[in-house]
Design a protein around this ligand. Structure first.
Ligand SMILES: Nc1nc2c(ncn2[C@@H]2O[C@H](COP(=O)(O)OP(=O)(O)O)[C@@H](O)[C@H]2O)c(=O)[nH]1
Ligand SMILES: [Mg+2]
Ligand SMILES: [Zn+2]
Length: 353
């Protein structure tokens, strides 16, 4: 039995590796595929031989404990609906989770498969409901890139929103990409300059135009799109994935008055190309209660060298803080220091943003 179990585990590792390399994603090894935890000296009888045939896939939507999964083989023409095997416990999965399925994986009407394994997550995009909420939630797993969608006008660019998203991306180890929409309404130069200096890549888009530059950034990757209401995120998603049919101009998706009643994330494959984009309609911002203060500070690379002027243990909010003279000497924009202080005050339980 023990030998058999070992074979099964090795098979999963190999399968996991193939899946991951098949997706042309990088930076992981077999350690990233979760082997059922347990003491290695004992036979892991809970791994059932039947699971040897489990097929790999990825969660693309979640609806009340039912998971829509796309198989790596592409064998099923529509997403396979699956439930989580009881032995995997009650830990919820999120969009982007890589899974192994058994049972009816035909994807046919009324078919139901079973998820028997979950791969370790390469990345997790996390948030709390607000900056003081202790409950941390995973928004999406295994994305490579966070596309921060913000309009150049109507509504005006929101640097504080951008900075907050950059902290979330930095904390999650996910590459940020700034996507500036509505370039037909205002010139992007000021925003491009400000964030270009920080080394944040940026693209501009306008309605009715398919941005090849944006597509280039999305190719071969999993990208989560985040944006506050009205910035043109749905318009953008529809351009990239016409079949997605996201409601444009919908006032309130959560109450169901829009065409799309779901407020949870959904992964959509790019029509031409290998990338996936994850729309996050219910998520307008990131509570950062779970982020360490020094991670917030580290998310402001333009201020990093100025920290040498701070006394040890500086809270960066009083007259001893060396960042004031750093900014006064012209080393960084004052707005950036204000943004940093606002974020630190909030996660410290302080006032509203
Ligand atoms: N002028 C202009 N308007 C746009 C552009 N993209 C979207 N819009 C409009 O902005 C409004 C909000 O768009 P929507 O995609 O629903 O934004 P969402 O709330 O971020 O999903 C709609 O009226 C869109 O037609 C653009 O590039 N230029
Ligand atoms: Mg929308
Ligand atoms: Zn300081």
């Amino acid at each position: 039995v023990a030998g058999d179990v070992k074979y099964v585990a090795a098979g999963y590792i190999a399968a996991g590796w193939r899946v991951l390399s098949h997706q042309s994603l990088s930076r992981y090894d077999e350690d990233d595929v979760r082997i059922r935890p347990g003491r290695r000296s004992r036979p892991r009888s809970r791994i059932r031989p039947a699971h040897r045939d489990a097929v790999p896939g990825v969660v693309v939507a979640v609806d009340r404990g039912r998971y829509s999964c796309v198989l790596d083989t592409g064998a099923a023409s529509s997403p396979v609906v699956a439930m989580l095997a009881r032995e995997l416990g009650r830990a919820g999965l999120v969009v982007g989770d890589r899974v192994f399925l058994i049972g009816d994986v035909s994807g046919g009407p009324d078919s139901l498969a079973r998820i028997v394994r979950v791969a370790d997550r390469r990345s997790t995009l996390r948030r709390t409901a607000d900056d003081t909420d202790p409950v941390e939630r995973v928004v999406v797993a295994n994305v490579d890139q966070l596309v921060i969608v913000t309009a150049l006008a109507d509504p005006a660019p929101q640097p504080r929103f951008i900075d907050r998203c950059l902290v979330a991306a930095y904390d999650s180890g996910i590459t940020p990409l700034l996507c500036l929409t509505k370039a037909d309404l205002a010139a992007p130069d000021t925003v491009l300059d400000a964030y270009g200096q920080l080394g944040v890549p940026a693209v501009t888009t306008r309605r009715g135009e398919d941005s090849g530059v944006l597509r280039g950034h999305l190719t071969g990757r999993w990208s989560a799109f985040i944006g506050s209401s009205g910035v043109g995120k749905s318009t953008l998603v529809n351009t990239l994935v016409p079949s997605a049919d996201r409601a444009v101009g919908a006032v309130n998706l959560v109450t169901g008055r829009g065409r799309h009643t779901s407020s949870s994330a959904v992964a959509l494959p790019l029509v031409d190309g290998t990338g996936w984009i994850v729309d996050t309609p219910g998520i307008r911002s990131f509570g950062l209660a779970h982020v360490r203060r020094d991670t917030v500070v580290a998310s402001f690379p333009d201020l990093a060298a100025g920290l040498a002027r701070c006394p040890r243990g500086c809270p960066h909010d009083n007259s001893d803080c060396g960042l004031d003279s750093w900014v006064a000497d012209g080393n960084a924009e004052e707005a950036r220091l204000i943004s940093l202080r606002r974020l630190l005050a909030n996660i410290g339980g302080g006032g509203e943003s």
